[in-house]
Design a protein around this ligand. Structure first.
Ligand SMILES: *[C@@H]1O[C@H](CO)[C@@H](O)[C@H](O)[C@H]1NC(C)=O
Length: 141
């Protein structure tokens, strides 16, 4: 009786020790910092898998991805500190409004998009307005 009580406490203590660092380390991004793609998926399918992206440029009809699954991939990359599917590319996602912080975020958004399914395998920038946003951010004073 006494032994099993101790065992229960010990188990609970270990569980909290192992849960705590994870809870601290894992930081999901604020979805408000993830701009809308600005492009509709599946527009004007040409019959062989290509659809219309930004400015009529052809993109895969599977692009842009579902927003929730994209944010899931983004969180995985940000929490890992790099692109899961392309570890040489970092995944900073600062939350501030400085030019540098905005540049870091848009870069991580584009890298996540372009490495969604493998190294260099994902959706092109023109499946979203992110490339345009990046140019606007780079042009900030
Ligand atoms: C659809 O677009 C793709 C990519 O540009 C092209 O390879 C393919 O020939 C196009 N199909 C048709 C039927 O126009």
């Amino acid at each position: 009786m006494k032994f099993s009580t101790i065992a229960v406490f010990a188990t609970a203590a270990f569980a909290s020790v192992y849960a705590a660092p994870n809870a601290i380390r894992r930081r999901d991004v604020n979805p408000a910092l993830v701009p809308d793609f600005g492009v509709a998926r599946g527009a004007n399918p040409n019959g062989t898998g290509s659809c219309t992206g930004l400015n009529g440029i052809l993109i895969p009809c599977s692009c842009p991805p579902d927003r929730d699954s994209f944010i899931g991939s983004l969180n995985a990359n940000v929490n890992a500190g790099h692109m899961i599917n392309n570890p040489g590319i970092g995944a900073p996602f600062p939350t501030g409004n400085s030019k540098g912080e905005q540049q870091a975020r848009i870069s991580t958004l584009l890298s996540t998009l372009q490495n969604l399914h493998g190294p260099g395998v994902g959706c092109p920038a023109v499946a979203t307005v992110y490339g345009v946003l990046q140019q606007q951010i780079n042009a900030l004073p």
